[in-house]
Write a protein that binds this ligand. Structure first.
Ligand code: UDP
Length: 327
């Protein structure tokens, strides 16, 4: 049996494809390569180019391949874009996700691992954030992900579909083969490393008046390899007959923007100019996971959690792939 990986050409998806194959799993990738990169997936991996909402394509794929589970990464993931183009986000992330789930269930595939997000919590009432925290997103991206969590839970009740929704905190870092290449890039670590590489003049610090020790925003950065491992463990949980679960993926450690910049200066040995600017709209002061549930339910333990390791791995990838993936 093979695992269907939607969005397997994306950042976290491509690392998960590599990990599953290294563990002897057969995988099939479905990706429209609108935001992912075809060259992020080895040519010998069965690859279907198309959309998760294309019911005919997904039904054909399921007919041609023997699939026992789906890991669903494919989604749009820019918060700002979701605010200006909500229809695209509800259509792509929610409606196409629903179509995918219906097509899978109709074909008898009832194990589903979902790329969810800490954005489903919205502005946190308490930090660190447990899975039981109220979910009231502050942008359409978070709502589109939360709605699919709801869909999954209702399908569990109605059809016995079992799912693990993994609520990522800040994915970062790279493996030797795969790294982060978004167009446009908006994430802190790749932008800092672009400044280190001389590809941009400076890094902007969005907000220096947060109620945090140094005034800059604090996030829980998690290595993309550790994220990938959690997906494999979620799959194992479901194959063992485990119940549906929503689980945070973070290290439980917070790092401020200034700390990340300092770490990058140390790791790269390069000059990185930083400019203090105003807050970016919609950014909470602190996002840190309570990460016990992943340890308890999945047996997950971050192996590459140190910030210097995360930043160092991203730097190695940037040095090896200054332009990212070829177009
Ligand atoms: N950030 C920043 N400058 C940038 C990009 C991001 O100061 O050029 C800050 C951002 O405001 C947030 C943190 O870095 O507090 C992480 O942002 P990122 O976009 O990487 O992830 P997010 O937490 O928004 O998912």
């Amino acid at each position: 049996m093979a695992v269907l990986i939607t969005g397997g050409a994306g950042y976290i998806g491509s690392v998960t494809v590599d990990l599953l194959r290294a563990r002897g799993e057969d995988v099939v990738v479905l990706d429209d390569v609108a935001r992912g990169h075809r060259s992020a997936v080895d040519p010998d991996v069965p690859f279907y180019k198309g959309r998760t909402g294309d019911r005919a394509l997904v039904a054909r794929l399921l007919g041609e391949r023997s699939i026992d589970a789906c890991i669903h990464f494919a989604a749009l993931a820019y918060v700002g874009e979701s605010v200006s183009e909500p229809g695209r986000y509800y259509s792509n992330n929610m409606a196409e996700g629903l179509a995918l789930i219906e097509t899978l269930v109709a074909a008898g595939v009832k194990r589903f691992v979902f790329s969810s997000t800490c954005a489903t919590y919205g502005e946190p009432e308490q930090v660190p954030i447990p899975e039981s925290h109220p979910q009231w997103p502050v942008n359409p991206y978070g709502w589109s992900k939360l709605m699919l969590e709801r869909v999954l839970s209702d399908f569990d009740h109605a059809t016995g579909l079992k799912f693990v929704a993994l609520r990522y905190f800040n994915a970062a870092g790279a493996t030797a083969q795969r790294g982060e290449h978004h167009v446009p890039e908006t994430h802190l670590i790749p932008l800092i490393l672009d400044a280190a590489a001389g590809r941009r003049s400076h890094i902007s610090i969005f907000g220096t008046d947060y109620p945090t020790p140094d005034g800059t925003a604090v996030r829980d950065y998690i290595h993309v390899s550790d994220l990938a491992t959690a997906h494999l463990q979620a799959l194992t949980h479901l194959r063992a007959g485990g119940a549906s679960e929503c689980i945070n993926l973070g290290t439980g450690q917070g790092h401020s923007v200034l700390e990340v910049i300092e770490t990058a200066r140390r790791v790269t040995g390069r000059r990185i100019d930083a400019q203090r600017e105003g807050r970016r709209a919609g950014d909470p002061a602190r996002l840190i996971a309570v990460s016990d549930k992943a340890r308890r339910v999945l047996g997950w333990e971050p192996q590459l959690g140190a910030l210097a390791t995360i930043v160092g791995s991203a730097w190695e990838w940037k040095l090896a792939h200054p332009e990212g993936y070829p177009n």
